[in-house]
Structure formats: C-alpha cells, structure tokens
Design a protein around this ligand. Structure first.
Ligand SMILES: [Zn+2]
Length: 347
C-alpha cells in the first residue's frame, strides 16, 4: 500500500529505454526515450569522461635520432589506442598498493627500431611490442582495420608515429596505465558523443491544396539538411481544372512531404516563416522533452556498444552511491549565514 506522497512520486518515475538505430565496431546511434534531459546529458558526459581505458602515460626514451623531438613523439604515443576490453583487470595506479608500479596497475611496451635500409621507414603502432601480458595495440575499427594486431597481417598503413630516415633509430620503453577521459582526453574512448532533441513534426494533409506552391518551395529551401521533400501531385485535380498537363506548371500541385524529423535543427526559422504567412496550422512542430537521439563515434580502445554498456553501468553505480550516501546517518546539512552557523543531524 502506497502513501499519497509515494503515489505522487511514482507518477514522475521514468524508465529510460534505448533503441539502437545503427551499430558497427566504432559507431553507434540510438534513441534514448522516457528520461529527462539531465539523464541524457549524464550519459553523454560519462561516455566522454568516465569510461576507463588504457593509455600510454610514461615514455622512457633511450635513443632518438629522428627529426622529431622527444616531447612530440611522446604526445603521439599517448594518443595511440590500446585494446581496453579487459581494462577492469587493471587497478588505477593511485589506488594500487605497490610502491611505484606493478603488473596490476600498468602495462609495459617497448619500441626498438633502427633503420638499416636505404629508404625512409614509417614507424607505426605495429612497432610497439607488448611486454609480458600487456594487451595488444589493437584498434576496433570498421573495415579491414579492425583485426590488425601485428605486422604479419598488415594491410593498412598503421598509425604513424614518426618517419625515420636511413640510419636513424628510436628506442623507448612505454608504460600504459588505466585512466578516464575527464583526467586526460587520451583515455576517452570516444571522439564524438553527442545527442540532439527529437521533434514531432506533422504536416496537415488537408491544407496541402490551399498552400501555394511557392510557399512550399520556400519551406523546402529552408531545410537544407533535407527535412522536407517536394513531390508533384498528379493524382488530384486542381480546382477548376479538369485535365492536368505537364506542359503548364500552373497545373501542377506540389506536396510537401516530411523526410526525417532528425533533420530539424530547432532554429525556429520554419516556425517564423509559418507565422509570417499565417499558415501555422500547416506544419506542427513539437519538441519531445523525453526523447533524444545519440551519435557516438569511438576511437579504437573499445567497441562502441561496450562504451554504451559501461557508461550505463557507471551511471547506475553513481546513482547507487549517491542513494547510499543519503541513507548514511552520518550525513549532515550545514547552514551558513552571516550571524549564525547551524549544523543539523539527518535522522
Ligand atoms: Zn601497482
């Protein structure tokens, strides 16, 4: 039996749903429905900055006779994606009990390359060798790139680190650690994670005949992303004309047809046009407050669907931790003002 307050609260409870529209190794688009914009934005921010991955953090260079400075190569190495499918097996370095570093909190790699031939050598991620049980420098990518782990199955050029001239060499030891994108973008598993509002757009079919063709053409031109299409209507007679002729454009009637509501960019241009010409009943545009369309593009450490799953798990954990903290009787509210300070104990 619920109390009146609980029944009122239950009315506002929503259960978010996700409908995947497009999915590949590194791309994902989906609808998020039945939730507030704050939840949608939380999901976006978690995907960018809270999903842990591995990235090279310390580079110890023993020899560099390339034309690039140590700092530039180190920066490039930090941005190379490392397979983070089993990232949960690693501890965060600052939470590890070891003195400096150990196999539980870091993965080690090495580069040892000296160009002995007479041609320029492209130093790529293929030249990074894992040490011990370090994960491979594998990149989840659409197309043939996805399964390339080592040089033996190389059909793609790889991620270029530096061009080595004949006789030059680069030798270094690399340490990768677990981190999140909010600390540094090199740990972020996504290059793009955006969402947009979804509009419900309806065209009044009964008004198609009463709207002049020139206004429909202007509406069509006001949606460069392809929100509308124009089709020639030859199935209906225009008032006063018994026979339709393709030779006389006045005898054609154009129908404005909705293509994809996601092409609407909420710039109010169309609404103002409808208002100006007093035809606001022709097209109804309503922004849905509880539906969002996401576009996610990953950079290689994790598959796109894995980024989404881990993001949802992270949000669940954070909500649970927040809930637990409010249940904790030790939580206090402190009120500060100029004249007095009061501490309240939560029961
Ligand atoms: Zn450790």
């Amino acid at each position: 039996m619920y109390t009146a307050d609980q029944q009122i609260q239950a009315r506002y409870v929503q259960y978010p749903k996700i409908e995947v529209v497009e999915l590949s190794q590194n791309f994902l688009s989906f609808y998020l429905r039945d939730c507030d914009v704050s939840i949608a934005n939380a999901l976006r921010r978690v995907m960018i900055g809270e999903v842990p991955t591995l990235a090279i953090d310390i580079v110890t260079i023993s020899e560099n006779t390339t034309c690039l400075q140590d700092e530039i190569i180190t920066h490039r190495l930090g941005l190379i994606p490392i397979d983070s499918t089993n990232c949960e097996n690693f501890k965060y370095k600052h939470l590890c009990t070891c003195v400096d570093s150990c196999a539980e909190c870091q993965a080690r790699y090495s580069i040892d390359m000296t160009v002995t031939g007479n041609s320029v050598y492209n130093l790529t991620h293929y030249d990074i060798s894992p040490i011990g049980n370090a994960p491979p420098i594998r990149i989840f990518h659409d197309g043939t790139f996805q399964n390339l782990i080592n040089r033996q199955c190389k059909t793609e050029p790889g991620i270029l680190i530096a061009k080595l001239s004949p006789g030059s060499s680069f030798k270094a030891e690399l340490q990768a650690i677990k981190g999140i994108g909010s600390i540094h973008t090199k740990w972020s598993p996504v290059g793009t994670a955006t969402f947009q509002n979804v509009a419900e757009i309806t065209i009044n079919k009964d008004m198609q005949r009463s709207i002049p063709n020139n206004l429909k053409i202007e509406l069509y031109n006001k949606s460069p992303r392809g929100l509308f299409s124009l089709i020639v209507n030859i199935s209906k007679k225009i008032a006063g004309i018994d026979e339709l002729s393709r030779d006389n454009e006045k005898l054609y009637d154009l129908d404005l047809v909705l293509n994809d509501p996601l092409c609407y960019n909420f710039d109010d241009d169309i609404k103002q046009f409808l208002k100006k010409h007093k035809i606001t009943d022709f097209i109804k545009i309503v922004k849905k407050d509880n539906e969002f369309f996401f576009t996610v593009e990953c950079v290689g450490q994790l598959k796109a669907i894995e980024v989404l799953k881990q993001s949802i798990d992270t949000i669940r954990r954070k909500i649970s931790e927040t809930y637990e903290s409010f249940l904790d009787n030790s939580a206090t509210i402190t009120t500060l003002n100029i004249t007095k300070q009061t501490s309240l104990k939560l029961d």
